[in-house]
Design a binder for this molecule. Structure first.
Ligand SMILES: [Zn+2]
Length: 387
């Protein structure tokens, strides 16, 4: 790859905005310079130049809760499934993600899914980068299982947790768990000691139990308001506690279905853009035509367990989530941007190289139109999607 200048653009770095800015991406796909035109060094003869013609550049978006899309499923143990998810979402503004697993009764299936994700990471994928694994369950509370099946859930076992870590080749970055179940706090401490984010989710924890989980090192909640004890004024539950504890970053499925638009705005008002982590929770049926697939029904963007009101994940994309959050909150683009890139990078333990457009970081960025339609996606300086 040739070192390339992107000039004459408006760059949102996640920390500041450079109008009339430029960015130099070196041959290894790292940002070597970003700033305004008049402070930049001269362009060398062997460097390419791309004129953005006043276009807008945003940091690539990072999805820490993604199960599948376009018919590709993270739990299927094939390279094609993992690569398919990576390519599908690169076409929707995502430049990296955590491959998110689901519990299954036959534990060998989860182990082989983890081995497969790890080997796909070694091999490299064609679209968005894989930052590692988000293990959603199996150590969750059956009372808040959502679309999961009771027989797929397990009692906490640290040795089983270690088996998952080993099968994943040490790539697990975030674990959704219920701290209040037997040995739950111990599990949270075990994860945090190993540099893994402990997330409270599919949990019936009370306010006091969340406080204990925070003391045990938990720093995140999974698809906030969904799959958790709701806010009651005499028992704030996980939903209330997540809003109140500054240690907790809370995930938002910003589709306007899983969380009402007014509540999405409340989350930003209470937590700020630095503690809201926008996710899709998209499933393999996302991006498919309306119809019945396996045990779910897809209809106008909503995915339910067939014959029930239970939501079974979303068909949201990060670029649509960005447009939604702007509409729900009325806030400006530069204000909400961190919750799509730097916050998820931090929660996935990848903020030194991902999440913002800064010197020394990977050149993961997207070009968007004035209406925030995606024009193109770059991962480590390489064009992986263009409209
Ligand atoms: Zn879930």
């Amino acid at each position: 790859m040739q070192a390339t200048w992107y000039v004459n653009g408006t760059f949102y770095t996640a920390k500041e905005v450079f109008a009339n800015g430029r960015m130099l991406v070196n041959a290894s796909g790292t940002i070597e310079y970003i700033g305004t035109d008049d402070s930049a060094r001269a362009i060398a003869a062997d460097e390419a130049v791309v004129d953005l013609q006043g276009g807008t550049v945003l940091p690539g978006m990072i999805d820490v809760h993604l199960h599948g899309g376009g018919g590709h499923y993270i739990m299927n143990p094939t390279y094609e499934d993992i690569d398919g998810v990576s390519r599908h979402y690169a076409a929707h503004g995502t430049t990296s993600f955590l491959a998110t697993t689901a519990p299954v009764k036959d534990n060998r299936k989860l182990l082989s899914a983890l081995e497969n994700i790890s080997s796909a990471m070694d091999q490299g994928v064609g679209g968005a980068d894989i930052l590692g694994v988000h293990l959603e369950g199996p150590f969750i509370n059956p009372l808040r299982k959502g679309a999961m099946k009771v027989e797929d859930l397990r009692r906490v076992s640290l040795s089983e947790m270690q088996e998952y870590i080993d099968a994943s080749g040490g790539t697990i970055r975030l674990v959704t768990m219920a701290p209040e179940i037997e040995d739950g706090y111990e599990l949270a401490r075990y994860l945090v000691e190993r540099g893994i984010t402990a997330s409270i989710g599919h949990s019936d924890a009370t306010y006091d139990e969340v406080a204990e989980a925070v003391r045990s090192g938990s720093t995140h909640t999974t698809h906030h308001f969904n799959g958790m004890r709701p806010l009651h004024h005499r028992e704030p539950g996980v939903a209330g506690a997540g809003l109140m504890f500054p240690e907790l970053t809370i995930e938002l499925i910003a589709d306007g279905i899983h969380v009402h638009p007014a509540v999405a705005k409340l989350m930003y008002d209470v937590k700020s853009e630095w503690n809201v982590c926008v996710i899709t929770d998209a499933v393999q049926y996302a991006g498919l035509a309306d119809g019945e697939y396996d045990d779910v029904t897809v209809k106008s963007g909503k995915i339910h367990l067939t014959g029930t009101d239970t939501l079974a994940g979303s068909s949201l994309t990060m670029i649509q989530a960005l447009r939604n959050v702007l509409a729900f909150t009325g806030y400006s683009l530069d204000k909400v941007i961190p919750s799509f890139c730097l916050v998820p990078a931090r929660q996935a333990g990848a903020a030194e190289r991902k999440g913002s457009l800064e010197t020394g970081k990977d050149a993961d960025f997207i070009l968007v139109s004035d209406e925030l339609a995606l024009v193109s996606t770059y991962v480590r300086g390489k064009l992986v999607f263009s409209r």
